[in-house]
Ligand binder design. Structure first.
Ligand code: CP
Length: 325
């Protein structure tokens, strides 16, 4: 069964959030619009709404994470849910317990949602196929496949700055081949009607099927950055690379690193994005990462509201009355 077939319930509402692929434009807009309602919660004296009071959410992170894990935790707490952060390294999986046995034991504790990061593509989908009917699963990044909430927080950030997706040229630069973020972003940008999505990078880390994803491929950064509205930089995912796909980091930075000089090729009001973690001096110059066009830390902040929206929609709680101050 395709992932998008199981992530909606019989009424077409979000039950799991596993991938952007296959979701309709209106669903993506609903997530963005709903997230807008949560964006002021972080500025309140009491940073909480009662929407998920009584719900229990378990974070299962089998891979390292700073931004995603903490913003999911904050989002759940701001929705008044109870949160379990399962430490995989000290869990009974180290004593031979299987992933499914661990999940069923957590379900026996009345967990309502699993937020899953795993280094295997398809892991969140596998878990979604095996959970109890009342349990939802959110994919917090699976292998090189998908990172749907990251893509949605990126779309939220782009819309905040550029409003109309249908007038934009967006460039994604770097390690497209190993990037779950890039795959999810491309699906989201295409679905939201962005007319030109470019991917820029060396031939060895742009997958052959890129052109079938509805993007324009550039191997020359000077050409690819011409007149773009949004530049999204990606980290080199060394942990997923097999063999020597690249020259030295120094040479990579020279050819594909974003410098102030190269950024001048984009539109003067272009924004610079990066999902993090950033590697300064490898894919991005510090003066650009910290410069006036960078919205990298804004992306992190918006991650909380977008994850609040995704979690409450998947748990069937999207009452605006409970979000008002
Ligand atoms: N963007 C992102 O997924 O960052 P983390 O790996 O820190 O969660």
């Amino acid at each position: 069964m395709k992932q998008h077939d199981i992530q909606l319930d019989s009424e077409g509402k979000l039950r799991h959030f596993l991938t952007i692929e296959g979701l309709k434009k209106q669903m993506l807009l609903d997530i963005l619009d709903y997230a807008e309602n949560f964006s002021s919660v972080g500025n309140r004296q009491v940073k909480k709404v009662p929407l998920l009071r009584g719900k229990t959410i378990a974070n299962l992170f089998f891979e390292p994470s700073t931004r995603t894990r903490t913003t999911f935790e904050l989002a759940a707490k701001r929705l008044s849910a109870d949160v379990l952060n399962i430490n995989i390294n000290t869990s009974a999986t180290t004593k031979g317990e299987s992933l499914l046995d661990m999940l069923h034991n957590l379900e026996a504790m009345q967990v309502d949602m699993f937020v899953v990061r795993h280094n295997s593509s398809g892991a969140a989908h596998f878990i979604a196929q095996h959970v109890a009917p009342h349990v939802s699963v959110i994919n917090a990044g699976d292998g090189s496949h998908a990172h749907p909430t990251q893509a949605m927080l990126d779309m939220f950030t782009i819309r905040r700055h550029k409003q109309d997706f249908t007038k934009l040229t967006v460039a994604i630069v770097g390690d497209i081949m190993h990037s779950r973020v890039a795959r999810s972003q491309i699906h989201a940008l295409n679905t939201l009607g962005v007319p030109e999505v470019r991917v820029i990078g060396p031939q060895t880390i742009i997958p052959n099927e890129a052109a079938h994803l509805g993007v324009h491929v550039y191997h020359d950064m000077q050409q690819g950055l011409q007149n773009v509205d949004v530049v999204i930089m990606l980290r080199l995912q060394r942990e997923r690379m097999e063999g020597a796909l690249l020259p030295s980091e120094h040479e990579y930075f020279h050819m594909f690193g974003l410098t102030e000089k190269k950024l001048k090729l984009a539109k003067p009001d272009a924004i610079v994005m990066h999902p993090g973690p950033i590697n300064r001096g490898v894919e991005i110059e510090s003066t650009v990462a910290d410069g006036p066009q960078s919205v990298i830390l804004e992306q992190v902040t918006h991650g909380i509201s977008v994850r609040m929206a995704a979690m409450s929609m998947a748990l069937g709680r999207s009452s605006l009355a409970e979000v008002q101050d």
